[in-house]
Design a protein around this ligand. Structure first.
Ligand code: WT7
Length: 653
């Protein structure tokens, strides 16, 4: 592994590079400061101005209706997301500009101009409508990273159908839960997608769960599968036969608060929750943040490596860049396949100018050595971004030096599925950066670090990361569970005599002497693995659903590449005589089947019992200490014995 530690001085500051700043929309700190002061002194006016940059069919009458903790933005206004991504470009120079450039692992490529994308989306929307799918109903999209997935999203948006994209890496069981919870009436999928040389059978997963998904009326499938081996009672509609190019549907004006999508994400308890994002406010926040953070230029080739199954894919692969008329580059497959430098080859070949990716990916490419990126021409890059987890300063320096040639600014962007869009990030032409911090909140976003009593923490004092004023991209609720929404996000800091209530992010953070935010990770039982968010409770319930397992506790262990690894402690059913080594693999595969490969524990440790407090709570802190400090050996062939730790029980009560 390269060591950039020598280059790292404590709190080293990188001023925006002159080459970048001289062409940036916001090119100096004073210019930024003026914008921030104006925005933060009148937040509603700020968002009002930002909303005016979108196309509305009818104007709004109220900027914000705030009834803690329920927000409605731009009420009475009518708008359409698909119109703002496509139709607005048709009379401009963007009409014949490429909107999507797509490559697949096996070398297949395609591209669509804005006019072509508009045509396909309008035709697909027409066909959806002719199936009788109507405004407010939900469609689950379960596809790989290809133009069809984006066409499906935008076609839903065009007619007010709520899209619910499920990451193609999730298992059929996870898919089933998301279809049923969202009450989807249709699934749009494809026969197979490519991943590291394998064909991932998406249609088969859909077909397996169909008998358990009573709300589904239709399935639309790209590359019609061989149905002889399936026993399916509803018709499978072939994507290509479904689109009739002679039928084009106009975008429907929708109320600003009409739901645009649900997106499921893990929490600290129970099943994943479907966050509800609506139209007008979400688009306003995403358009604004994209413009500030990515400083878009007409000739950019924009490459965000996120999958559309995650919020980054929604906001900064699809909606943000398309509203700005960008050309987006998407890749269906693994970025180090068919060769370890594939990501750099894509940048060289397509002359990508902006790269937005996750620290995990950066660390993995860093560990593969500098020769690989050095053998490609990366001089087209002008801006680099990261998202999803804290970036360690070594990886930041490598990204800056080896990929960015020491000239590209790095935007470390902090946000969440719940926030809809970027909240804390440098504005690249104006804000000096420091490796490892997302710097300061965007103008109009009132983020802070507070103590348990809600008062602001002092400089360098660790505390809870909160947001003190509603913002337009915020999730409105958890689908079907308003109470859970209130209790998860708004009950930690409810309104009192000192403040009007604050949104709690679930993250711990500190602000340094310059007011820069350093994210210290989750303070709840959510673990960030490779930039993906997983609930330990979910993985534990997958483990105990196996007949051999009595109890399970999952904790995170720091990992050089993935940020965190998952270690599961389990107790086996008493009546079983079991080969523990074999069981370990069975359990790992069982979790992959229940949730998906991303949730696979990195290690399973068998124990006689789990250490518990007198009131019966599992002592997770102790387990975390064990996995980080190696207090107990990880010999998997014998059961671990925590009896020596019994005396610690009283400390935890
Ligand atoms: C959690 C949200 C935002 C899209 C991808 C993840 C962590 C996110 C950063 C960052 C440190 C970060 C937080 C947050 N996180 N970005 N730049 N620095 N931590 O979305 O799955 O909703 O996860 O990811 O812990 O709460 P998500």
């Amino acid at each position: 592994m390269n060591s950039f530690s020598s280059l790292l001085q404590e709190n080293r500051v990188f001023s925006p590079h002159e080459d970048f700043s001289s062409k940036a929309n916001i090119s100096s700190f004073p210019q930024y400061d003026e914008l921030r002061n104006k925005a933060n002194s009148n937040i509603l006016n700020h968002w009002n101005e930002q909303a005016m940059n979108l196309h509305w069919f009818t104007p709004w009458d109220t900027i914000l209706n705030w009834n803690f903790p329920t927000a409605q933005w731009f009420t009475e206004g009518t708008i359409n997301a698909s119109y703002n991504c496509l139709d607005i470009h048709l009379q401009t120079a963007n009409r014949n500009k490429e909107a999507i450039v797509w490559e697949r692992e096996d070398g297949i490529t395609a591209s669509y101009t804005y006019a072509e994308l508009h045509e396909r989306v309008s035709a697909f929307a027409y066909s959806l409508q002719s199936l009788g799918i109507t405004k407010g109903e939900t469609i689950t999209i379960y596809m790989g990273m290809n133009p069809e997935a984006i066409i499906a999203m935008l076609a839903c948006a065009r007619i007010g159908v709520v899209h619910n994209v499920v990451f193609g890496g999730f298992s059929s069981d996870a898919l089933k839960d998301r279809i049923n919870d969202s009450q989807s009436v249709c699934v749009i999928t494809q026969s197979t997608t490519k991943r590291r040389g394998n064909d991932v059978a998406l249609f088969d997963a859909v077909s397996n769960v169909l008998p358990f998904c009573p709300t589904i009326r239709h399935i639309i499938c790209k590359q019609k599968p061989d149905l002889s081996t399936h026993d399916i009672t509803i018709p499978i509609i072939d994507w290509d036969e479904f689109i009739h190019h002679e039928h084009q549907l106009e975008a429907i004006p929708l109320p600003s608060e009409h739901p645009l999508f649900y997106l499921y994400t893990s929490g600290s308890t129970g099943k994943p929750k479907g966050l509800v994002h609506t139209t007008g406010g979400y688009l306003t926040h995403v358009r604004y943040s994209f413009s500030l953070v990515f400083d878009p230029k007409p000739d950019d080739m924009y490459f965000c490596t996120a999958d559309i199954g995650w919020i980054t894919g929604h906001s900064y692969v699809v909606y943000g860049p398309l509203m700005h008329g960008m050309t987006i580059l998407i890749y269906e497959g693994a970025l180090n396949h068919p060769h370890p430098g594939k990501i750099w080859e894509l940048i060289q070949h397509h002359k990508a100018s902006i790269l937005y990716t996750a620290p995990t990916a950066i660390r993995a490419f860093m560990s593969a050595g500098n020769d690989i990126p050095h053998s490609f021409d990366l001089s087209s890059l002008r801006l680099l971004g990261t998202v999803g987890e804290p970036i360690n300063p070594e990886a930041w320096m490598w990204y800056h030096t080896i990929i960015g040639n020491s000239t590209c600014p790095i935007v470390d962007t902090w946000w969440q599925t719940e926030t809809g869009g970027i909240m804390i990030s440098p504005v690249p032409g104006a804000i000096p950066t420091k490796p490892g911090t997302a710097t300061i909140p965007l103008p109009g976003i009132l983020a802070d670090v507070v103590r348990k009593d809600g008062k602001s923490a002092s400089a360098n004092e660790g505390g809870y990361l909160v947001v003190k004023h509603p913002w337009p991209g915020m999730a409105r609720t958890i689908f079907g569970d308003d109470e859970r929404y209130t209790s998860v996000y708004w009950s930690e800091f409810p309104p009192n005599s000192e403040h009007n209530g604050m949104y709690f992010t679930g993250d711990g953070a500190r602000k340094d002497d310059d007011g820069y935010f350093w994210i210290m990770g989750r303070v709840d039982d959510v673990v960030n693995v490779s930039g993906h968010r997983l609930g330990t409770a979910e993985i534990e319930s997958a483990l105990v659903s196996h007949p051999s397992i009595a109890e399970a506790a999952v904790v995170a262990k720091p990992d050089d590449i993935k940020g965190n690894a998952l270690i599961a402690f389990v107790t086996v059913m008493k009546d079983r005589s079991i080969d523990l080594d074999a069981l370990k693999n069975v359990l790992i595969n069982h979790v992959a089947k229940e949730i998906g490969s991303i949730a696979k524990p990195d290690d399973i440790r068998f124990t006689e019992s789990l250490p518990k407090t007198r009131s019966g709570k599992i002592m997770r802190r102790l387990l975390r200490e064990i996995v980080t400090g190696g207090v107990i050996s990880g010999d998997t062939t014998t059961l671990e014995d925590f009896s020596a730790l019994e005396k610690l029980r009283s400390d935890e009560d």
